[in-house]
Design a protein around this ligand. Structure first.
Ligand code: FES
Ligand SMILES: [Fe+2]
Length: 453
């Protein structure tokens, strides 16, 4: 074959064979890293309640090796894995009514890390008395809530209030806690929530229909940045209906979307809520976990998905642990994000206008991490003390027959009007807000006019 032919085709393998760099500012979450310190300003779920028992369990969060346990009195402790005496693992410790006893020399620690007993040492020993009085096993505060255990891994003089979201209690929905582990960096998993376009391809075309037919449509995309709340709306024309689907991220890692299976744009729906209420938590720089509730009922997904297989499908479009061939035939989120490698080489990306959501939230995390380095604490989701955080992740399907002229703009304007209406009702008492949004959506639809009320 004539080699000139190859030359004219501009193969770029060699030219582009240098491995691109990792975005260190976002990917590194260990102690004393920029993003790691930022994440340590917030409460995160660290385990399912069902995983915590009197048998200690080893977990890793933000790169820290920890042990979680329940005392025989039912108190949960989250402590450093290594015993401060000679570094034996607390996972082999014995739980008692007051705490956990190290297997090696019997030191007893309370759930907050206090050294209660050093039984092998002379009771009058100065060094043993001193260590009991002045030193502690590293421990973190925990809150058990609705099947998830949350912890705060930051400095205790800055511990924030535990945030309450309206999504914690969705009228008419039941919620089940789940965990899905990912073998990759947390940013790869978090990105997908601010990437509403991937649902049309990954979940609607590349793997056939993973949720519903309507997902295959590429809609009109709009992003909102509101304080630390980020919304990515994908509004699709489905025959005479307009389907507004809102993905939501509240920094640093709280995520919601619309329904997974119970939304296809063909049936009217008024402020349907997210199929999941979920946090993406770094385990270490190469692994993360989605800890979440799956939401079932009229405003979530059908109850038949309330099992492990359902959680995996809601989370990633497909079940976990398949053969490579199955994964290749029908890739889901896990394949898309883990396939990038355990830490994606972000500097090799080519971000497009549809990646705007990803760009703006990443930029903000970088900025907030830098601010923190300069002494400025990042904002919490709740602005006022005791406030319940209003969320917007949802599905709405309204009847709005197609216009012959400028239908794309019409579809886009419906999304803008609906979102504005929701934002205008943000400060209403919680229950009233929910029904006011639903009533307004009905009104808009009946009038056939979406330009405000
Ligand atoms: S190593 Fe734990 S008590 Fe000695
Ligand atoms: Fe997805």
């Amino acid at each position: 074959m004539d080699k000139q032919n190859f030359r004219s085709q501009d193969f770029r393998g060699y030219k582009q064979s240098i491995i691109s760099k990792i975005d260190e500012d976002l990917a590194r979450t260990g102690s004393k890293t920029s993003c790691g310190e930022y994440l340590r300003c917030y409460w995160h779920p660290v385990a399912l309640t069902s995983e915590v028992s009197e048998t200690p369990k080893e977990i890793r969060i933000l790169g820290e090796d920890l042990v979680i346990f329940k005392t025989t009195m039912g108190n949960i402790g989250l402590v450093h894995k290594a015993c401060p005496h000679r570094r034996a693992s607390m996972v082999y410790g014995k739980t008692e009514d007051k705490g956990i006893r190290c297997c090696y020399h019997g030191w007893l620690f309370s759930p907050n890390g206090e050294i209660l007993e050093t039984p092998g040492e002379d009771p009058d020993s100065k060094s043993a008395t001193k260590i009991r009085e002045t030193f502690k096993l590293g421990a973190y505060p925990v809150i058990e809530f609705n099947g998830l255990v949350f912890s705060y891994l930051g400095p205790m003089d800055k511990i924030p209030e535990f945030p309450q979201y309206d999504a914690f209690e969705i009228p008419g929905n039941t919620s089940s806690p789940y965990r899905i582990n990912y073998n990759c960096n947390w940013i790869q998993v978090l990105d997908a929530i601010m990437d509403p376009v991937h649902t049309s391809f990954l979940h609607g075309q590349s793997s056939g229909i993973q949720f519903s037919e309507g997902f295959a449509e590429v809609g009109e995309i709009e992003f909102y940045e509101r304080g630390i709340q980020y919304l990515g709306c994908n509004t699709r024309r489905i025959d005479d209906n307009v389907w507004i689907r809102v993905n939501e991220l509240i920094l640093p890692n709280f995520t919601q979307a619309g329904a997974a299976f119970a939304a296809d744009g063909t049936k009217s729906k008024y402020f349907g809520r997210s199929s999941f209420t979920r946090w993406v938590v770094p385990v270490d720089d190469h692994h993360c976990v989605a800890l979440a509730w799956a939401n079932f009922g009229e405003r979530g997904d059908p109850i038949e998905y309330n099992n492990q297989e359902g959680f995996e499908k809601i989370e990633a479009g497909e079940i976990a642990n398949r053969t490579l061939l199955e994964q290749q035939k029908s890739p889901g989120d896990a394949e898309a994000v883990e396939g990038m490698g355990s830490i994606s080489t972000h500097k090799g990306e080519h971000l497009m206008p549809t990646d705007q959501g990803v760009m703006i939230y990443r930029r903000r995390i970088r900025k907030l991490s830098k601010d923190l380095e300069e002494g400025k604490d990042p904002p919490q989701p709740q602005i006022k003390k005791g406030e319940i955080v209003r969320t917007n992740g949802q599905d709405t399907v309204l009847r709005a027959p197609k216009r012959n002229k400028n239908d794309k703009e019409f579809v886009k304007s419906i999304c803008s009007s609906v979102m504005k209406m929701q934002f205008d009702l943000e400060n209403m008492p919680l229950k009233e807000r929910d029904s006011a949004i639903i009533n307004n959506l009905h009104k808009m639809e009946e009038r056939g006019n979406f330009d405000g009320l």
